[in-house]
Design a protein around this ligand. Structure first.
Ligand code: B12
Ligand code: SF4
Length: 495
């Protein structure tokens, strides 16, 4: 085991306080489309650090008018010994209207550095996706990869002794300019920390009044190998399952505390199938009264038994992430299922009442006019008018993915990995982007149940969420796509 002495910290902390330090967790996400996402991970990390004996505060910048001023006053009052920056999004994943959220981190870091020498630890999904790039960009001290509620307390324990063991799994740092990381198994779901006490850390009402849902995971990991995906980098390839009974109990508790609109945020909700079924059957038996959603269903594991169990459990909307209905593209993306699986799933979904959001991603490897037409034909024939189809164009390329290698081989990506924080997208060289954009514009115009990134990027979507809440509209808002788009069209807005 190697130790590195952290000098500034030794000066800052007296020995008596080392197990009881002041920790400030700053939630940096301020993006409120399609909904403001409740910072479940940051709250879990805060709660875990508190359980480890530290004094913890969470500063959520989501609804702050002037985040830098708010951060400055927080630093003046709370005098933290350690600062955790929770970073969710690198960018908005939108090729047509890219927004680079990571750029917000520099001014936040400048504000922190102008006020305190406290070490800064980065964490959050974005950090697991691009730890090296974000460490270099922000010049923060450490990065936590993945399961912060386990790793952060371990890191705090070591750092607050003025020492740092590079044996702690799940941390990364820059040493003399060289990126170092220590991956390794982290036993999540073992510490009883499935859901944090949200009310203790954030303004829950502010989220609920914008139609936000309560995120909960029933598992971590994914064993599929889609070539563009970062999720395995965040949660690992092996499944770590939460006991279905604990999921049910947690949901009962959430409903009892007034939090009814619950969204499963697993990478894939219905794989492993038996686990998903056990969760749904347990929920059905317990009649929790929750309104459940998940946008992460895989067509391979959809059948009547599961959908019936989901209906009985209280699901009010599902999303199925098929990406394409063309075998060429599904194969290029290595989705692990075929167009036939997509068609079969559609037939099964038609036999049930659950509203469904179909999610497509156009432009992947092998995509051409022919394959786009195949996908649009599927949508036309198989998606019920009351259901919704979301079409994304272009695939965000992340370093270390198979898609990155492919893009380099095809000569469509030339920049170095450290320049890839900037939003970069893959579009099949066999596809004319102008043709695709125009085709989608025409398709959207004639199908009022279709949406695209323009719809999600609407500047007034947050206001629409608030209005929806005031009018008593229940989430998910996408169920009302046809009516909303028609209404907007009547007002002269073609979105
Ligand atoms: C479910 C999901 C959604 C749902 C969220 C629903 C909901 N009610 O929460 C929806 C569909 C709405 C959504 C939307 C978007 N999403 Co999304 N989403 C996810 C997904 C699959 C799970 C997120 C989640 O809740 N995880 C569970 C919690 C517990 O984990 P966590 O918050 O990450 O926290 C853990 C660690 O990160 C860490 N941690 C967190 N904070 C901190 C702080 C410190 C100090 C430390 C030490 C550690 C730490 O510890 C936590 C506990 O283990 C992830 C992929 C993934 N597997 O992570 C993508 C993901 C987070 N989304 C992503 C993106 C881009 C988006 C959108 C911008 C897409 C878009 N254009 O609409 C929007 C942004 C929404 C917003 N307002 O911010 C990206 C973000 C990174 C990036 N590439 O930029 C991800 C990683 C997917 C990807 N493409 O790589 N998303
Ligand atoms: S199934 Fe989903 S989470 Fe799993 S690798 Fe594919 S895209 Fe990623």
């Amino acid at each position: 085991m190697q130790f590195k002495i952290i000098k500034p910290l030794c000066f800052r902390l007296d020995k008596a306080r080392v197990n009881n330090v002041n920790v400030l967790i700053v939630v940096t996400n301020r993006y409120s489309s399609p909904i403001p996402v409740m910072p479940v991970g940051a709250c879990m990390v805060a709660e875990a650090a508190e359980l480890a004996g530290h004094r913890v505060r969470v500063l959520d910048l989501m609804f702050e008018q002037n985040p830098l001023n708010t951060l400055e006053s927080e630093l003046n009052t709370s005098n933290p010994d350690f600062i955790g920056l929770s970073v969710r999004n690198i960018d908005n994943n939108d090729m047509q209207h890219p927004v680079a959220f990571f750029k917000d981190l520099k001014p936040l870091m400048d504000t922190i550095r102008s006020k305190t020498p406290a070490p800064v630890v980065l964490g959050g999904a974005a950090v697991s996706v691009m730890p090296e790039e974000l460490l270099r960009y922000t010049v923060a001290d450490w990065a936590v990869l993945g399961d912060g509620e386990v790793v952060f307390p371990d890191l705090l324990a070591a750092l607050s002794q003025g020492e740092f063991s590079d044996n702690i799994p799940g941390i990364a740092w820059l040493e003399d300019g060289v990126f170092r990381k220590n991956t390794g198994y982290v036993a999540r779901f073992s510490n009883g920390c499935l859901i944090p006490g949200f009310h203790r850390w954030i303004d829950v009402h502010a989220y609920l009044s914008r139609l936000s849902t309560i995120p909960i995971q029933t598992k971590l990991g994914c064993h599929f190998k889609c070539i563009y995906c970062t999720y395995r980098k965040i949660e690992g390839q092996d499944y770590r399952l939460c006991d279905p009974e604990r999921v049910v109990n947690t949901i009962q508790d959430l409903v009892a505390s007034g939090l009814k609109n619950i969204e499963f945020v697993d990478n894939v909700f219905n794989s492993p199938y038996d686990h998903a079924l056990a969760v749904c059957e347990g929920l059905a038996r317990s009649r929790t009264g929750a309104r459940l959603q998940s946008l992460e269903l895989n067509p391979l594991f959809i059948d009547d038994t599961l959908l019936t169990a989901m209906e009985r459990a209280g699901f009010v909307g599902i999303g199925i992430t098929v990406e394409s209905a063309s075998d060429v593209v599904l194969d290029g993306l290595q989705k692990g299922f075929t167009a036939k699986d997509v068609y079969d799933a559609a037939q099964i979904i038609k036999r049930h009442h659950l509203p469904c959001l179909w999610i497509f991603m156009l432009g992947g490897p092998g995509e051409s006019e022919v394959t786009v037409r195949e996908t649009l034909r599927f949508a036309e024939q198989c998606i019920r008018p009351k259901d919704v189809a979301f079409f994304n164009i272009g695939i965000r390329i992340y370093p270390g993915t198979e898609l990155e290698h492919r893009a380099r081989e095809e000569g469509v990506l030339a920049v170095s990995p450290d320049e890839m924080l900037e939003p970069l997208f893959y579009v099949s060289p066999a596809l004319d982007l102008n043709w695709l954009t125009e085709t989608m514009r025409q398709t959207m115009a004639t199908h009022m149940n279709y949406i695209n990134s323009n719809t999600l990027g609407l500047s007034f979507l947050p206001a629409m969420n608030r209005l929806g809440y005031k009018l008593g509209v229940k989430s998910p808002l996408w169920r009302h796509t046809r009516f909303i788009r028609r209404g907007l069209r009547a007002l002269g807005m073609d979105v």
